[in-house]
Design a protein around this ligand. Sequence first.
Ligand SMILES: [Fe+2]
Length: 310
Amino acid sequence: MSVQGVSGFALEVPDVAQAVRFYEDAGLQVSAGGTLTHMRCPGQDRDAVTLVQGRHKRLHHVALRAAGLADIARRVPTYGGKVVAAPEHFSHTGLWIEDPHGMLLHLVEQPREIPLPAGNRFAINEPGNIGRINRSAIQPISQSAAGIPLRLGHVLVFTPDTMRSVEFVTQALGMGLADHAQDVIAFCCARSNSDHHVLAFARSPGIGFHHASFLVRDPDEVGRAGRRLVEKAGMGDWGFGRHTVGSNFFHYIQDPWGSWFEYYADMDFIDDYALWTPTNYTLEDSLANWGPPVPSDFVHNYEMGEMTSS
Ligand SMILES: [Fe+2]
């Protein structure tokens, strides 16, 4: 009777064609157009990104895969949220709710994503532990995988009260708190069979979209895909690096409106939340274990009224 994963997210953007170009450059494909433009990872059976025309870039909603919608609907008001009507142009199926800060969520009953086929195992040679013998790790560039986004992994949103957002998604939506860093950033998972985080919160004066993260196969693909998108997008980036919290390798590339697209690989996996112990990290560990200097606007909420682009 709870959230089982992230399904997608919707953004209002001032220039839908520009947003489509950005996400196509990132490796996604348009699946349907019209008033709403839907985009998905190649080979996937569901949309990850929905774009709708707006005056500014703004988070429209996050879609979460869930079971037991009637039970969730009963719990939502107890924890400061409310059940709302489907917004104009969007599906009336599932359950639409607002969290205590007015962030719109769409809970949908749907099966898991199409299982991803296993590739060659990423094996490294360490002192005392040779994992790859008599073959090269790296193929010529012309034969190297470019780094196709395989599925949406998580969405990180801004919130004015991180721990209240955590209380809402854990108590009303049945998620788990995986880890957090004080009351500044928190990472939430599904209670079984989940990436370390599928929905995360960072403190800001208001709500907003910070980034969405897409899985690629291994750290080399994070590197290749990240460099490719940096060069195409012409905006800022942060990476290649590795997070402490969640352990994933990352590369973030800034979208035309100042928020971020992340490629990730090798994230911690929580098979059974009862076997996981959440850690409260210091702020030193809240961003990266290692990586380049953090861009000055990495945690700036451009939805608070300061736009970088028309
Ligand atoms: Fe992320």
